[in-house]
Design a protein around this ligand. Structure first.
Ligand code: GAP
Length: 439
């Protein structure tokens, strides 16, 4: 875990937020490589939902919503709350499920101090809209992106003329006042979700649940996640969220243990019926005009955190090779780190490396190759340090191909191209490089 956190910082994936002021709570910033990785994950998910399926459309609803939404959704009541205890000595707060032992003899897991009795703590993050900070201007930062989908259910269905079953996909920020954010970017107060809501006939919901669970597992497998590090967990009835009739978590084996990265939920008609009741808008679906058979569609939801899945992809890709992979560099005796990210996720696809930096013609040619590739692939140019060090630096961030411009390149107008995974090197004509990399 420490190694991954350190790599993330050192190589520009993830920085603590407001670091020059000592950081801020559990907030993190995604650096130049982190944002590429994040965008690649989001693109892969979006393509999976929108391009692969004929019957899913996208949406981008606002973060701020009428506070009545959160009353209707059940988020303002005890349903969306954690039980909290506080240490009387060190004043740290813990979720009840994080304290071990008999609930009547709690002791602080940090300092052994006495803990207070548990009390409910709502996770919604409050804010004010407008210049006056009074009750009338109070609202919340959304705690899940899906509520914007439910409030737009009719708009989307009518404008796109959709028939049930269909889905609405959305990616966006969500906020929760988590009592105990922890484990780097695993549990934070600001995070991003990729959610898809599938509206279907009530009697088909159970079948679709299994279908979507399978689809979602395949997404991770297709992106190269080690099958041994992924498992499913059927959430017991008594632990279900207030809206769920059934939930299965997809869990990843993080360095700190098995933890949820995605939830598949059967939300029944909880959302549409409650929004109908609270808003007065009829959100039933009528199979044909005035058929008298209108019903509230049931919802199967797939919900995954961008940050959490990114963390899982990083952990899964992280590899150390003792004694070095190249065996040819001076540093071959050291531990070499290698990020085996899937080709569609790797933040940098190609790095252009002049063999030496003190030969003007080589540098000029290398820069020409770099500018040729850059509009097509995320490409880096690197001339600092020995060629061996540069290969290692690129391996450490998961760059797919290292392209070296050497003395022969000046005569033959070609380069060597080194594959990250096989480390095989081939000579390729510069004019064929784009096609070769695309392939
Ligand atoms: N709309 C349903 C929903 O939000 P959830 O199980 O509370 O369900 C779904 O959250 C996913 O959102 C989680 O599996 C996780 O990937 C992500 N998530 C939830 N809370 C998070 C947090 N505090 N930090 C990072 N990701 C979080």
């Amino acid at each position: 875990m420490e190694k991954i956190v350190s790599l993330s910082k050192r190589r520009g994936f993830i920085f603590p937020s407001s670091e020059i002021y000592g950081g801020f709570g559990s907030c993190y910033d995604f650096g130049p490589l982190g944002v590429e990785l994040k965008n690649n994950i989001k693109k892969s998910w979006w393509d999976e939902m929108i391009k692969k399926h004929d019957d899913i459309v996208g949406l981008d609803a606002s973060i701020l919503m009428n506070p009545k939404v959160w009353k209707a959704s059940g988020h303002l009541t005890a349903g969306f709350a954690d039980e909290l205890v506080e240490c009387k000595k060190c004043h740290r707060r813990f979720r009840l499920d994080e304290t071990k032992g008999d609930p009547l003899s709690f002791i602080c897991p940090e300092c052994g101090g006495e803990l207070t009795k548990p009390r409910k703590f709502n996770l919604m993050m409050k804010t004010f809209v407008g210049p006056l900070e009074d009750e009338a201007s109070e609202t919340y930062l959304r705690a899940e992106t899906c509520q914007g989908v439910y409030t737009n259910f009719k708009n989307v269905m009518q404008t796109i003329r959709l028939k049930i079953p269909f889905g609405i996909a959305q990616i966006g920020k969500a906020f929760r006042n988590e009592i105990n954010p922890k484990d780097f970017i695993y549990r934070t107060r600001e995070f991003e979700q990729m959610e898809m809501q599938w509206f279907c006939e009530p009697k088909k919901a159970y079948k679709f649940f299994d279908f979507w669970l399978k689809q979602r597992l395949n997404w991770y497998y297709d992106l190269g996640i080690n099958k041994k590090n992924l498992r499913t967990y059927e959430v017991p009835k008594k632990e279900l969220a207030h809206y769920a009739k059934r939930a299965v978590d997809i869990e990843y084996k993080f360095p700190f243990g098995w933890q949820e990265i995605e939830g598949i939920h059967n939300r029944g008609d909880w959302d549409l019926s409650n929004h109908s009741k609270h808003s007065g808008e009829d959100l039933k679906y009528d199979p044909s005009a005035n058929s008298g058979q209108a019903y509230f569609p049931h919802i199967i939801e797939t919900s995954v955190g961008v940050d959490r899945s990114l963390f899982a992809f990083l952990c899964d890709a992280y590899q150390e090779v003792k004694g070095g992979r190249t065996k040819t560099t001076k540093s071959a005796k050291e531990l070499e780190v290698f990020l085996k990210l899937h080709k569609s996720l790797a933040p940098v696809k190609a790095a252009v490396l002049p063999l030496v930096k003190n030969k003007a013609e080589i540098v000029k040619k290398a820069k020409h190759v770099y500018h040729t590739l850059k509009p097509h692939f995320m490409t880096q140019y690197d001339e600092t340090g020995s060629i061996g060090r540069r290969y290692r630096r690129q391996d450490e961030i998961g760059t797919l191909f290292c392209i070296t411009v050497d003395f022969d390149s000046l005569e033959k107008d070609d380069v060597t191209i080194r594959d990250r995974d096989t480390m095989k090197q081939e000579r390729i004509k510069i004019k064929d490089l784009i096609e070769c990399l695309k392939k």
